[in-house]
Design a protein around this ligand. Structure first.
Ligand code: SAH
Length: 221
């Protein structure tokens, strides 16, 4: 009953305060972006009433839209100020790409499942995210035409940080990705200090779908 009486807008504001502010999301730009992007537009119609649940949700093709908090931790760790060129691997629904698009100058996002890439591109276009560009391909190889990037976010778990992504990171840039085994990963932030020096910080344990591809897990699993 209570669920039906709340508008998407009020559920979104409650999500921001209860799931983000009351945890450790403090960047006001990040909080504002989550307060603006209509997550119900990125989930299948029948799941719209659950769009602001504190959980990942199925989006078809065996994939999920990540839990809002996990997207927020990733985006906050990228420390975006508005001028950046950003690469995202694993477009999925396009929700995280929309959040990144509202915080940075340009976003290139790569998805390996063609139907998801097409649906996300259509949705982002309709919602007016003209600075977000969706590509269909193997994102474990990054997206070389747009490199170097000041920030890279990976939304699928890799066995180890792909060399291609490290190479496409600008000096001073941040790469946030989950890596580890298939069932459990550590979310880390890798900062490129110089051509050859990379620092890694731990952001906590997470569970993502696998990054499948040349520099991820083998495709036939
Ligand atoms: N950021 C998404 C969550 C996506 S889930 C959102 O906001 O909805 C992770 C996505 O990564 C899945 O859609 C999966 O198909 C994709 N993926 C897995 N391996 C990939 C690869 N090598 N290149 C690009 N996308 C990949």
């Amino acid at each position: 009953m209570a669920r039906a009486l709340l508008t998407h807008e009020s559920r979104r504001q409650r999500m921001v305060s209860e799931q983000l502010c009351q945890r450790d999301i403090v960047d006001p730009h990040v909080l504002a972006a989550f307060g603006m992007v209509a997550r119900e537009q990125f989930v299948p119609g029948e799941l719209a009433p659950h769009a602001y649940d504190d959980a990942p949700l199925p989006i078809g093709s065996g994939q999920t839209i990540s839990q809002p908090y996990v997207v927020a931790v990733t985006v906050q760790a990228l420390q975006l100020r508005g001028h950046e060129r950003v690469l995202e691997i694993g477009t999925g629904s396009g929700y995280a790409a929309a959040i990144l698009g509202s915080l940075a100058r340009e976003v290139e996002t790569v998805e390996r499942i063609e139907e998801l890439a097409g649906a996300a591109a259509g949705r982002l276009g309709r919602l007016g995210f003209t600075n977000v560009h969706v590509h269909h391909g193997d994102g474990s190889l990054g997206w070389p035409p747009g490199a170097p990037y000041e920030a890279i976010a990976v939304a699928a778990g890799a066995p180890r940080p792909p060399r291609s992504l490290l190479d496409q990171l600008a000096v001073g840039g941040r790469l946030v990705l989950p890596h580890g085994d298939v069932d459990h990963q550590r979310l880390v932030r890798i900062t490129r200090r110089s051509a050859e020096q990379f620092d890694e910080e731990d952001l906590g344990e997470v569970r993502f779908v696998p990054l499948l591809g040349e520099q991820g897990w083998p495709e036939q699993r």
